[in-house]
Design a protein around this ligand. Structure first.
Ligand code: HEC
Ligand code: HEC
Ligand SMILES: [Ca+2]
Ligand SMILES: [Ca+2]
Ligand SMILES: [Ca+2]
Length: 463
C-alpha cells in the first residue's frame, strides 16, 4: 500500500495511543520499583552471562573450560591454544618452546593466569618516564623499557625486583563494625643499572582470561557512545575511552584489555605478553623487549614463535566459556542486586551488552552478555592511583573490571585477592578501596546496614 497523508495521520494517532499505554505501564512498573516488597529483581535470562558461550557448571574448572558452542574446528583450535597457553618456555637452544628471555617475568601464560583465572599477587611491573612515545603510549625508561623483568636466563642480569610491604590500616563502618585494609608500598631494588630519574612504576596482577572474545566483539562505536568524559549527564561518573596504538592496523583504536584498557585486541595483548612477560618474540613484536639495551644479545630473533602459535594462543583467550551466575532467585541475592543498582555500582559495572561481530568467531558474535563492565576508564581516587599514565588513562584512572565469574574466584583460583595489584583480600575490601568517581558509591556501601552489606556481597558471590 502506498503511503499517503491519511495513512500517516493514523500512524500519528496510534503512536499517541501507544505512548499513553506505555506511560501507563511505566507508571505501574515504576510504582513497583519503589516498593521493595513487590519488586522482583530476578531475571532468569541473566544466567546466560556469556550468551551461548555460558558454562553451567560451578567447578574448579569454571574459568578454564572451552565455550560449549564452539564448532568442531574452533574447538580443535582452542585445544591447540590450551597447549600453548600452558607451554613452559626454556632457554634456547631446545627442541620445543625455546627462546625464553634473556629477561622475563615468568615462563608460561598459565603460571601468572592461574587456571586461566587471576594471580594472587602482582606479577608485572610497568615502568616509564614522563612524556609519551611516538604513538602516545608510555615513554620507556632508558635501560629498562616499559616493564621491569625480575628474572633472567643464565648469564644475563634481571633488571631488578619489586619489594612489596603492606601496612595494615584499621577503620570502622558508621555502624561501628571494624575492618582493615592492606596498603601496599612498592620499592624497586637490585636494579642492574641506576633507574633513570622520574621513573614511574605500575604494579599489576594477572586478571582472568575467560569471556574476552565477547568483550572484543563489542562494537567500538557502542563503547564510544557510552562514554561521558565531561560528565554531561552530571551523575558524577565520567567514563572515558582509552585510545591505544594498534600495531596491526598502525592506528590508535579503542583500548579494551589490561587494567588500564591499554591493549586494543587480544592478538596484541597476547603478543605483548609473550614479549614483555616471557621474552618471546612473535611476528607482531619481532624484537626482544631488551632490544637496544646493554643486555641485548644482538641476535636477529627469528621470531621465536610463529604466527600460528601466536594465533592459537590468542584464540584460546577469545573462546573460553563464561561461568553462569548461581542462586539469582535467592531473596538475599535479589536484595543485593537491588542495592548494587541503587548505590550506583552499576553506573560503572554496566550489567548488559550486546556484542557485534568478531571476524571468524561467530560463537562470540551477536550475543547478549552480562559482564558488569562499561569498558571505560574512571578516576578511582588517590588510594588506587598508580600515578603512571598509559595512553589517555591518567595516573588515577582504571578500566571498570568485569564482575562476571567473580564469585567463583575462591573455587577456581583458590584465593580471593582482587583489584589491579591484588591488594584486596576479599570482595568487601575491593569495594572499600573504591574512591574518586566511585567515592559516593563506596560511602553509600559503608552506610548500609550489616545485613544489606552482606546481601550486596552475596549478589557478587552469585556472579
Ligand atoms: C608474568 C605474569 C604474566 C604472564 C607470563 C602472562 N600474563 Fe597475561 N597478564 C598479566 C598481567 C599482570 C596482566 C594485566 C596487564 C596490564 O594491566 O597491563 C595480564 C593481562 C592479560 C590479558 C588481558 C585480560 C583482561 O581482562 O584485560 C590477557 C588476555 C592475557 N594477559 C593473556 C596472556 C597470555 C596469552 C599469556 C602468554 C602468552 C600471558 N598473558 C602471560 C600477567 C601475565
Ligand atoms: C566509578 C566507577 C565505579 C563504580 C561506581 C564502582 N566501581 Fe567497582 N571497580 C571500578 C574500577 C575502575 C575497578 C578496578 C579498580 C582497580 O583495580 O584498581 C573496580 C573494581 C571492582 C571490584 C574488583 C574487581 C576485580 O576484578 O578485582 C569489585 C568487586 C567491584 N569493583 C565492585 C563494585 C561495587 C560492589 C560497587 C558499588 C558499591 C562498585 N564496584 C562501584 C569502577 C567502579
Ligand atoms: Ca627470547
Ligand atoms: Ca625491561
Ligand atoms: Ca556521567
Amino acid at each position: 500500500m502506498p503511503f499517503n497523508s491519511n495513512n500517516s495521520k493514523i500512524t500519528t494517532t496510534s503512536i499517541i495511543i501507544y505512548s499513553v499505554i506505555i506511560l501507563a505501564f511505566s507508571a505501574i512498573i515504576y510504582s513497583c520499583a519503589t516498593d521493595p516488597e513487590i519488586i522482583n529483581w530476578y531475571n532468569p535470562d541473566e544466567y546466560a552471562a556469556g550468551g551461548a558461550t555460558t558454562l553451567y557448571e560451578a567447578t574448579s574448572a569454571a574459568f578454564s573450560t572451552p565455550a560449549p558452542n564452539l564448532s568442531a574446528s574452533a574447538f580443535q583450535k582452542h585445544m591447540e591454544g590450551d597447549v600453548t597457553f600452558e607451554a613452559t618456555f626454556v632457554t634456547a637452544p631446545a627442541p620445543n618452546n625455546a627462546g625464553l628471555g634473556p629477561i622475563f617475568n615468568d615462563v608460561s601464560c598459565v603460571n601468572c593466569h592461574t587456571l586461566d583465572g587471576r594471580g594472587d599477587k602482582p606479577s608485572v611491573f610497568r615502568l616509564s618516564i614522563p612524556g609519551t612515545d611516538l604513538n602516545g603510549g608510555p615513554n620507556p625508561a632508558p635501560g629498562f623499557g616499559g616493564q621491569l623483568q625480575d628474572k633472567a636466563v643464565f648469564g644475563t642480569l634481571a633488571e631488578g625486583n619489586v619489594t612489596i610491604t603492606y601496612i595494615e590500616e584499621f577503620y570502622s563502618y558508621p555502624d561501628g563494625t571494624t575492618y582493615s585494609l592492606l596498603r601496599p608500598i612498592y620499592t624497586i631494588d637490585n636494579t642492574y643499572m641506576p633507574l633513570p630519574p622520574g621513573t614511574m612504576l605500575s604494579v599489576r596482577a594477572a586478571p582472568p582470561v575467560f569471556g574476552l572474545g565477547l568483550l572484543e566483539a563489542i562494537n567500538s562505536f557502542d563503547i564510544i557512545a557510552s562514554a561521558d568524559e565531561n560528565d554531561n549527564n552530571q551523575d558524577g561518573i565520567s567514563g572515558k575511552v582509552n585510545f591505544v596504538y594498534d600495531v596491526v592496523s598502525g592506528t590508535n583504536q579503542v583500548g579494551r584489555f589490561g587494567w588500564k584498557a591499554n591493549q586494543p585486541h587480544l592478538d596484541q595483548q597476547t603478543a605483548g605478553a609473550f614479549s614483555g612477560d616471557m621474552g618471546i618474540t612473535t611476528p607482531l613484536f619481532p624484537q626482544e623487549s631488551c632490544s637496544g639495551q646493554v643486555q641485548d644479545d644482538g641476535l636477529g630473533d627469528d621470531p621465536e614463535v610463529d604466527a600460528v602459535f601466536l594465533d592459537v594462543t590468542s584464540f584460546y583467550t577469545k573462546t573460553l566459556a563464561v561461568p553462569a551466575p548461581r542462586n539469582l532467585d535467592n531473596p538475599q541475592v535479589q536484595k543485593g542486586k537491588q542495592l548494587f543498582f541503587e548505590i550506583g555500582c552499576e553506573n560503572c559495572h554496566r550489567q548488559k551488552w550486546t556484542t557485534g561481530v568478531l571476524a571468524d568467531i561467530p560463537e562470540v558474535s551477536n550475543q547478549t552478555i552480562y559482564p558488569y563492565t562499561d569498558m571505560l576508564l574512571h578516576d578511582m581516587g588517590p588510594d588506587l592511583a598508580d600515578n603512571r599514565p598509559d595512553y589517555l588513562a591518567n595516573g588515577y584512572e582504571w578500566k571498570t573490571r568485569p564482575l562476571w565469574g567473580i564469585g567463583l574466584t575462591a573455587l577456581a583460583n583458590g584465593h580471593t585477592r582482587f583489584l589491579h595489584d591484588a591488594r584486596a583480600r576479599n570482595l568487601e575490601e575491593a569495594i572499600l578501596w573504591h574512591g574518586g568517581e566511585a567515592q559516593k558509591s563506596a560511602d553509600a556501601f559503608k552506610n548500609l546496614s550489616a545485613t544489606e552489606r552482606a546481601n550486596l556481597i552475596k549478589f557478587l558471590e552469585a556472579l
